[in-house]
Design a protein around this ligand. Structure first.
Ligand SMILES: *Cc1c(COP(=O)(O)O)cnc(C)c1O
Length: 504
């Protein structure tokens, strides 16, 4: 139990000793257990008792759960309610976690997702009685195709990384159908970390290409690397430096000349939506992260959606089933696609997430361009207001995020992690630390369009104040956070020796 004593100075000047209330530091529910406590009361049994082992077999039954907590209803409610107040959330304040796009999720999305006819629909219902749901999928595809300028889509993948794998499998199937699947996929050092992992799972070798001093792909380098063995270039655009690949059309032309394809990681399409379309600048296949750009909730490994959009040449290889509209106007699922790479997920993906994304898209309409412009404006505003106190390793204009480094604060022994932890004391969620890898000591800040100028100013003030502390009182920053229930955690031990279960 949390019997740690704290001192309170009473008005009389006397020191009182009190026990810390669990509100200030919640323990484990197991520690609250007392034998015989329970959360419900059932009436006496008025039917013959059934022996569960006899009814179900010992395979499906157990005598007891070791150390199962015995608590009352209110103890359960308070335990989980208290824990929920420990979370930081976009509904509480700014969440500038670069590359993650922690934007606000408009409540209208939630309203629509909870509508009775949609929330209770069963995925096994035949197409004749699921016309509304199929139309939602079809309309979302149409919206995404018009935003990206691509020709065909699958909504099945449930994460950005799964979209990457799906796209790569389609590239492989297409090249195979041309006679040779080829061996390698080129990846710039400014790409997202999931890209090389997806490439390896798809059975290709990764070849890294270096960015030039401006954080752009060196096209001479690309010409030299793009041999007959290369299946594709996988490009994060905007790159993880938060900058747009300026010579993208030339890059696409180099690849196409040699029979290779251009994959664009479009997880950060929130920097481009409504302004430019990957389909128009030579991209052959891309994925979107609806749980970033299209404002569906994410975090904690929750449900996501990573639709893949392709040019016509890749359409035959889309996962099955494909949602289509028949000549009579009815919607259907097409399973008869002999060249398909197969299923990548049960049913049609995460329907609830897809539904929220459609609600968001229709609510904004052409206003999506304004959202993009605001996201870019916010990140450039923060950049301008902080570039005199933090080192800016790449000076190209920022898009939706800005990447500083801790080079100046390092001189005082303060690194990016320390500054991020100190931000918690100022009431903000930390930015992304130590990513992208090409910037040592990276501080990656993505405010998103959700934040007002006032909130951006508040954040800028906090960051400037921390920069000053790093010079005058580095210890304060290095030992942060000071305002939380627990301070620095042993992150290495948590990853290497996780304790996943409480044992009596
Ligand atoms: C977030 C992100 C991914 C991975 O998306 P998941 O849904 O987490 O798998 C891939 N690429 C980029 C550029 C990203 O920002």
């Amino acid at each position: 139990m949390n019997s740690k004593s704290i001192d309170i100075e009473a008005s009389a000047g006397k020191i009182l000793k009190v026990r810390e209330h669990p509100n200030q530091n919640e323990g484990l529910i197991f520690e609250k257990s007392a034998p015989g406590k329970r959360g419900m009361e059932l009436p006496p049994l008025d039917v013959p008792a059934v022996d569960p082992v006899k009814a179900l077999g010992s395979e499906f039954t157990r005598d007891a759960i070791e150390g199962f907590p015995e608590v009352s209803e209110i103890e359960v409610i308070r335990h989980f309610t208290r824990l929920s107040t420990w979370n930081y959330a976009i509904d509480l304040g700014m969440y500038p976690l670069g590359s993650c796009t922690m934007k606000y999720n408009p409540r209208v999305n939630e309203f629509v997702a909870r509508l009775d006819g949609l929330a209770t629909e069963h995925p096994e219902q035949p197409a004749e009685v699921s016309q509304g749901c199929l139309r939602i999928l079809y309309d979302l595809q149409k919206c995404l195709l018009s935003i990206t300028g691509m020709d065909a889509a699958t909504l099945q993948p449930v994460a950005g990384a799964q979209g990457e794998l799906t796209g790569l499998l389609m590239i492989r199937a297409y090249l195979q159908s041309q006679g040779n699947p080829r061996k390698t996929v080129l990846i710039p050092d400014s790409a997202h970390g999931t890209n090389p992992a997806s490439v390896v799972i798809a059975g290709y070798e990764v070849k890294n290409i270096k960015s030039n001093a401006r954080g752009q792909i060196d096209t001479d380098h690309l010409r030299e690397f793009c041999t007959e063995d290369v299946a594709a270039l996988m490009l994060t655009n905007p790159s993880t430096l938060g900058v747009f690949e300026e010579r993208i059309a030339e890059i696409a032309a180099i690849l196409h000349e040699r029979g290779a394809l251009l994959y664009m990681d479009g997880a950060n399409m929130n920097a481009l939506a409504g302004v430019t379309r990957p389909g128009d600048f030579g991209v052959d296949v891309m994925h979107l992260n609806l749980h970033k750009t299209f404002s569906t909730p994410h975090g904690g490994g929750g449900p996501g959606a990573g639709p893949v959009l392709v040019k016509r040449i890749l359409e035959p290889f889309l996962p099955v089933p494909v949602v289509l509209q028949k000549e009579d106007g009815k919607f259907a699922l097409d399973f008869n696609r002999p060249k398909s790479v197969g299923r990548v997920r049960a049913y049609c993906g995460n329907f609830g997430v897809l539904l929220r994304a459609l609600a968001y898209t229709l609510a904004y309409g052409p206003g999506m361009r304004q959202a993009t412009e605001d996201a870019v404006l916010n990140s450039n505003y923060i950049r301008k207001k902080l570039e005199d106190v933090f080192d800016l390793p790449y000076s190209l204009p920022s898009m939706h995020e800005v990447v500083f480094s801790d080079a100046r604060q390092k001189k005082h022994g303060v690194n990016t992690m320390d500054i991020a932890k100190r931000l918690i004391d100022y009431g903000f969620h930390p930015y992304t630390t130590a990513f992208p890898l090409i910037v040592p000591g990276a501080m990656m800040i993505e405010p998103t369009e959700s934040e007002s100028k006032e909130e951006c100013d508040f954040f800028i003030e906090a960051m400037r104040s921390i920069a000053a502390e790093a010079e005058t009182n580095p210890e304060l920053v290095k030992t942060a956070p000071h305002s939380t229930r627990v301070g620095r955690l042993d992150e290495v031990a948590a990853a290497r020796k996780p304790i996943l279960r409480w044992k009596p």
